[in-house]
Design a protein around this ligand. Sequence first.
Ligand SMILES: *Cc1c(COP(=O)(O)O)cnc(C)c1O
Length: 396
Amino acid sequence: MTLRDDTLLTHLGRAPAHHAGTVNTPVYRSSTFIWPDTSTLKNHLRDADDPHYRGHIYGRNGNPTTTAFEDAVAQLEGGFRGLIMPSGLAAIVGAVLAVARAGDHLLVTDNCYWHARQVFDQILPRYGIQATYFAPMLGEDIAGLIQPNTRLVYAEAPGSSTFEVQDIPALARVAHAHGALLMLDNTWATPLFFKAFEHGVDISIHAATKYLVGHSDAMLGVIVTSEALYAGVRETVRQLGYIASADDAYLGLRGLRTLGVRLRQHERSALAVARWLQQRPEVAEVLHPALPGTVGHETFKRDFLGSTGLFGVVLEPFPESSVNRFLESLQLFAMGASWGGFESLIRTQQRHPSAQIAPGVLLRLHVGLEAVEDLIADLQQGLQHLTVTPPARNLP
Ligand SMILES: *Cc1c(COP(=O)(O)O)cnc(C)c1O
């Protein structure tokens, strides 16, 4: 029987028969596992070198809670297996270090997560790994940028600041034709709304801090890989010492149970808020992958199973002081980093160098689970603070 995602979300990562009948896999707070006899000790030490060995040896290799989370995410996304990591950024860094070596070149989407970009620019060059950036919508034309030493093409779809939806199958075709791998930051869509491995991705990472945990109360990451890459990636990230706590893995598993209902509510409300904002004179552009006119919308319709609660808004030109008054007057949209929790957030956002969007202030909204009418009313009262009449737009 092929189970649908909502059924998987309620069943993955649970094994009551192994845990005294408890519905949820418990928190195994463990560094040390005690071996009953010397032959177990000897077998464990031998098996520790086998990445497919699922027994528990030492906390840094994982425990029943972290393994349950890894398996659940990987199955949902259609990858082989997962590797839990202490944050989304750690998942990015760990996965890249696992596949790249000195002398390699990385071809990175220009709209990638800002702190990943800092790693590509500042840390990896110290170890002889060079990154160059490509405009997110290049698609198959990245072929012209591939170098003989290009090991990895790195994508994020949609980009979490400017929301271009990349053509992942096209990037995969070109990468694979040149012997490179395709890695994707799939945080925005989650394993529920983008099946990375069906579309040619070799390594997917998630900032589980966002929708998977879903409650703004833990830092967590996960790497999911193809079968071919799993053993090597696992070896590197565990040798580097990366692991996450069982408590945070539990929060990840707990978050998965409601991921479907939460995301559908985020999706509905974000679309309603985005459409409302599109009608407002203060707004120059709404950057939402599920709305026609947004860069990559056709690709979104072809490849994605749904949209989530995060999107961009470019304001008409207003003085900074009135934009600040707008942000500070909001009662329900709090200013804060991150997203993917139950609560609504708003912040100003940087553009990447090749962004093709209107010139005003770029805002990023995360539409939470509050009543959407209240969220719209909050924005409506806040927009009154954008007082200066914007210059007339050149309408055709
Ligand atoms: C937040 C985020 C990350 C990093 O995750 P952390 O858990 O904060 O380290 C990576 N990619 C995207 C798209 C993000 O939004």
